[in-house]
Design a protein around this ligand. Structure first.
Ligand code: GLN
Length: 388
């Protein structure tokens, strides 16, 4: 690009999203893209049909800023049916532009300049950017690989009188961790002790392989101070719809909507109709969904092992990490670029997910058709040549 850099200073440190970069590199080299996490198959036919019908027959005008009443009701019913939690669809739900939009609305609606937000490394890249856009400052905690357990002492070490928000993500992108009881104890105690608001990114809520997902609200102490963010993209293979939501107490919902009304105002109306249909699908859909993903997970993990790599078996999400340091790699990004150029497989370097850009494991996505996963493994057979 020529000319002066017009990007606001607060956004310059973030550069171009690694997902966009790796997907572009992947198509340039005609690679198998196990980088950016989007399914290469579409969601259920009846959900597509429901949205298509809404486009044909309406509603096609602005939805209310909080979201269509039928979708807010479907979200409340979802919490009741899956988790036994009671949510007020009129005062505790906001439909957002994806889960990323939910997180941005929450930060913009809550933070005063200089407020501090605690992020857990490796984080998802939109978190620090949303904090920066809202004028906040990030503090980081860094659980240790390969367990990535969040410890109370880590949180206590970074708290200050300005700490306003903690962000957690379970199931976790990119580690595949699902928070356990002891970690939830630590999170709940921390938020209560320091009067901190929790933003709980639960967008992979239906993708757990070992133990069921536990929403933040199952903790009584978090009922009034946790904002749960999720969306339709992952659970229904509809990432391009960008329909997400927050569930939060009425007071926190007011803060979220104070921002949402001026950033997005309201989300694509017919897709909200489709999303309400999705959330109402019978249990059999979710049973098949997780069984299917378990097969994909095992295919990728076994395949990576068969080429001599050592993937983490994820407890949740559709990602697996491969540690690079034991392979003698000290630049995960350069390694990912070589994987694309020389072997034709795209992955994501996790150096994009910590504040210092430290080289770390690389992430492979398994939300892909089985032939695609097989083709990737086939190409990765040559990985030894990159390691010498
Ligand atoms: N959530 C997706 C991932 O982690 C990426 C979405 C995006 O490209 N921003 O791969």
């Amino acid at each position: 690009m020529t000319g002066p850099n017009r990007i606001a200073k607060r956004l310059r440190p973030f550069g171009t999203s690694i997902f966009a970069e790796m997907s572009a590199l992947s198509s340039r080299h005609d690679a198998v893209n196990l980088g950016q996490g989007f399914p290469d198959f579409d969601g259920p036919a009846e959900v597509l049909e429901s949205a298509a019908r809404a486009v044909r027959d309406g509603p096609n005008q602005y939805a209310p800023l909080a979201g269509l009443p039928i979708l807010r009701r479907a979200i409340a019913d979802w919490f009741d049916r899956r988790y036994g939690l009671s949510v007020d669809p009129d005062r505790e739900v906001t439909v957002t532009s994806g889960c990323t939009g939910a997180i941005a609305d929450a930060m913009l609606g809550l933070l005063e300049p200089g407020d501090e937000v605690v992020l857990v490394e490796p984080w998802y890249d939109c978190y620090p950017a949303a904090v920066a856009m809202a004028g906040g400052r990030c503090r980081y905690v860094t659980p240790v690989a390969p367990g990535y357990r969040l410890e109370a002492a880590m949180l206590e070490a970074v708290v200050t009188p300005r700490t306003r928000v903690l962000v957690v993500n379970s199931p976790h992108n990119p580690t595949g961790r699902v928070l356990d009881e002891a970690e939830w104890d630590a999170i709940e105690a921390f938020c209560l002790r320091h009067d901190v608001i929790l933003i709980s990114d639960e967008v992979y809520e239906t993708l757990t392989f070992e133990r069921p997902h536990q929403p933040a609200w199952t903790r009584p102490g978090l009922r009034s101070r946790a904002i749960i963010a999720s969306g339709v993209g992952k659970s229904f293979s509809l990432t391009g719809w960008k329909v997400g939501w927050t569930v939060a107490s009425p007071a926190l919902t007011e803060a979220i909507q104070a921002a949402h009304q001026f950033t997005i105002f309201s989300v694509a109306t017919p897709l909200q109709v489709g999303t309400a249909t999705a959330l109402g699908l019978p249990d059999a859909y979710f049973d098949d969904f997780i069984a299917d993903y378990r097969t994909r997970r095992d295919q990728l993990v076994d395949g990576l092992r068969s080429v001599g790599l050592e993937p983490i078996v994820p407890e949740g999400t559709y990602f697996t990490l491969v540690e690079t340091a034991p392979l003698g790699i000290d630049d995960d990004r350069a390694f990912c670029e070589r994987l694309v150029r020389e072997l034709g497989v795209a992955a994501i370097p996790t150096s994009s997910f910590n504040a210092e850009g430290r080289s770390g494991p690389i992430r492979f996505a398994f939300c892909k058709q089985r032939e695609v996963l097989a083709a990737a493994i086939d190409r990765l057979r040559g990985v030894g040549s990159l390691l010498r």
